[in-house]
Design a protein around this ligand. Sequence first.
Ligand code: UD1
Ligand code: CA
Length: 452
Amino acid sequence: MDVTVVVLAAGQGSRMKSSLPKVLHPLAGRPLAQHVVDTARQFASDITLVIGHGGDAVKAHFQNQPVQFALQAEQLGTGHAVAQALPNLPPTGTVLVLYGDVPLTRVETLQRLISQVDEKTLSLLTVTLDNPTGYGRIVRNTQGEVQAIVEEKDASAEQKTIREVNSGILAMPAWVLHDWLPRLSNNNAQGEYYLTDLIAMAVSEGIAVRTAEPDDVEETLGVNNRVQLADLERRFQRRQAEQLMLAGCSLADPARVDVRGNISVGADCFIDINCVFEGDVELGAGVRIGPNCVIRNARLGDGAVVEANTVIDDAELGAQVTVGPFARIRPGTTLGDGAKVGNFVETKNAQVEAGAKINHLSYVGDARVGAHSNIGAGTITCNYDGANKFRTDIGAGVFVGSNSTLVAPVTLEDGAFIGAGSVITKTAPADQLSIGRARQVSISKWQRPSKN
Ligand code: UD1
Ligand code: CA
C-alpha cells in the first residue's frame, strides 16, 4: 500500500505552560510526536511533519530521521496546516493525516482506516463519547451516511447532542487534498481553514465517506495539558505491563513498573514493584528483579537476580549473576556467569569474570577481576590520579583482603593473596602473599592520657 503520512505538529500547546513544544514532551521517555512517527513508520516511508510553534526544536529532534518538514508559520487551522504539506505530497495514492499530540493510536486501527480508502472514497476515524463537548460532530443522514463534520463552535443545539465525534485522524486519496484544500474558506465561527470541511465537499461531489472506530477510545486521546499527559502515560504503561505479562513475565503490580524504551523477557521472569526500565533491556529466562530497581540499556542472562534498590546502567550480566541490594552497576561493566556483586558496591568499566565475588562496600573501576577471585569488603581500586585514569588487572583466583587499596596501574597476578588493609602499588606476584601496611606495634608500658 502506498501511503503518505502528514503529522500535524504546529500548534502551540499553551496549556502545557512549557518552554518545550508540546509534541516534544516525553511519554514513556519518547516525545509525543516520536510515538506518532514510529507508528506511521510501520506502514509508511513518506512522512511529513507540519511544524510551526517550536518548529526548530521539533526539527532538531527529528534531524537524523527520514521525515520531511513543512512550515506552517501561522496556525490558521487544520486545513491550512495540511495545505502547507501539499508540495511534499505525491499526486496519487493515499494520504493519512495524524496529530502529533495523539500518541496511542494502534497500527491495526490505522490500517483498517486506510484499507477503506480508494480513489473515490475517504475514511474518518470516529469515536462515540459520553461527553462530546469540544469535538467536531459527525452529521449523518437518515440512511446513516456521513454528510458533514460540524465543529463545536459552529454546531446547532441539536447537532451538539450528537455523540459520534471526529478524532481528527482521516485518510483520503491524495488528489482530494491537491484539488480541494486550495478551495477551503475560513468563513466559520473560528475564522479557520477547517480540514473537516472536506467532508461536506466530498458528499456534494459524490465521493463516498466511510468511518472506522478504534478498538479503544484512548487511541484517539490527545494531550493538551500535563494532566492528560500523565493520564496517557499511565495508559501506555498499562499496555506495556500487559505485554510483559503476556510474554511470560510476572509483575508484582502492573501499575508499578515503568518501561521507557524496549524490554524483552525470557520465560518466568519476575519484576517486583517500582522498577524502571530505560533504553534497550533484555532479560533472559527466570530473571528476578527486586523492588525499586532502575535498569537502563542492559542485558541480563538466564537466572540473574537483582536485589532491591539496585541501579544498572549500560552493562551486561551473565547467567545466574546476583547483584545488590543497593548496588550500582555503571557503564562498561560486564559480570560473568555466576558472579556476585553485593550491597554498596559500585562498578564502572569493570570486567568481572565468572564466579568472582565483590560482596560488600567496594569501588571497582577500570578493572578486570579474574574468574573466582574474591574482593574483600571495603576494597577500592584507585583508578584516578586527578588527571588520568588507570587500570587494575586482577587475575583469576585472587583473594583481596578487606579494606585494601589497589593503586592503579597495578596487576595482581593469578592466585595472588593480599593481606587485609594493604595499599598495593606494585605487582602482586602469582600465588604469593602480599602485604602493604605498617606493621603493628604494641607498647606495653604505655599510659592512657588523663584529664588535667
Ligand atoms: C480538531 C478537529 C475536530 C476534532 C478534533 C479532535 C478541525 C477543524 N477540527 O479540532 O473536528 O474533533 O480536532 O481533537 O480539524 N494544528 C496545526 N495547525 C493549525 C491548527 C491545528 O498544526 O493551524 C494541529 C494542532 O497542533 C493539533 C491538531 O492540529 O495537533 C488539532 O488541532 P486543534 O486545534 O486541537 O483542533 P480542534 O479545534 O481541537
Ligand atoms: Ca484538540
